[in-house]
Ligand binder design. Sequence first.
Ligand code: UTP
Length: 458
Amino acid sequence: MEALETILERNQQTILLDHLKTLSGEKLENFKKQLQAVDWDYITTLTKEYVLQKPVTAIPDDLSPAPFFPLVPRTDEQKELYAKAKETGKALISAGKVAALTVAGGQGTRLGYNAPKGTFPITPVRKKTLFQYFAESLARVSEKYGFQIPWLIMTSELNDADTRAFFKKNDFFGLSEESVHFFTQGTMPAIRYDGKCFPAEPGSLALAPDGHGGTLLALRKSGLLDAMKKAGVEYISYFQVDNPLVPVVNPFFIGLHALEKSEMSSIMLAKTNAFEKLGNFCITNGKLQIIEYSDMPKELAERTNPDGTLSFLAGSPAIHVITLDFVERLTATGRLELPWHRADKKVAYLENGEIITPEEPNAVKLEAFIFDALPLANRTMILEADRKECFAPTKNKTGVDSVESCREMLAARDARRLRLAGIQVPEGAVVELSPRDVFDDEDAANFFRNLVPTAYGR
Ligand code: UTP
């Protein structure tokens, strides 16, 4: 206790010291444990850098657009490479060298849904949850390639128990329990604008998940990095829990990643306009780096090529393939070697024994972003993809990137697949295919052909 008090005093965490003195018994023990888990000297350093002043993101002056492999191959050589990549990817999946990883540790504040985001009913007709949708996709693609793909799901301390309980209650949606691996990301204390940390409720420090960049260290700390390597996994197919349109594994993307000997690869989408809220793939000092839309200088965002297209066309939908050896190298020191980002948030706090939920942001959360690993990779690769086939994020209730827009995109994709199978679907019809049966276009054609061989003339 004395040692803890000394550390808190040294770091001027007076609110926590005062609160500590009001506690006893189990609450005191738990609070002590929470406080001891934090590196307070490090928090003080970060507070000076990110909280007491608003950090100015230095934008390098040598930014140039990052090169990428185009959606449609442009040369014969590229055509050959793409064909080879597809076969390579399929072979890697069949050989058990690929795991799927979903980051699901976020708090989903914009959606305003009071449960883990993965438990949100998203599909347009059956209202399947995000987790069920991914689970069924994984079951189908595993069946297709003859290997049960391990599914790694990153939770945070705030939603881990609820997430696990949800899977148990639903019998893992038909997946074998052993193929689903939960792991929990780290947390960081929320920091008030005056630099103080605080309890969110009696005996409980206000904590927030450390960002999706936390995936890397959490993989190591949880033992999953070792376990996956032992099981022969070499590549991770990384995607976000709020994007049900993403293929849970993409053989072509994985194959190209492997053939290019990339350590971390990213899917890119052509931005719809200069200021679309996607990170921009840029090259600086010979390295690939994502510059957030909010940090991108206006004149660069708007710059065009002679043919009128955007110079900085490539936006990031947060879909990556990551080589496991790269994760191992990056986390070897046992610390997260990524920069921090400041987010101003409304964080509940304790005042005179009462829990107050503020109307305005009152504290800073520090988060690491997975894409900051890109400049640390020896080799990277970017592949263009079709937005309609891979990106329908569910961030908000309505409007842009919302539940509504996501459902529309899912229905439109499935209508396209039905048409591919020779079935007429009126424009705007709300349809839904089960990913347990249909993982990709090829599945769609086969499924309907097999189901009712003569019913669907072309
Ligand atoms: P977002 O940046 O959209 O954050 O996360 P969020 O917490 O889900 O939503 P808001 O901003 O509070 O509305 C993108 C993806 O990264 C995961 C999320 O679960 C989502 O899949 N994520 C985010 C984590 O796993 N951990 C984090 O600490 C942050």
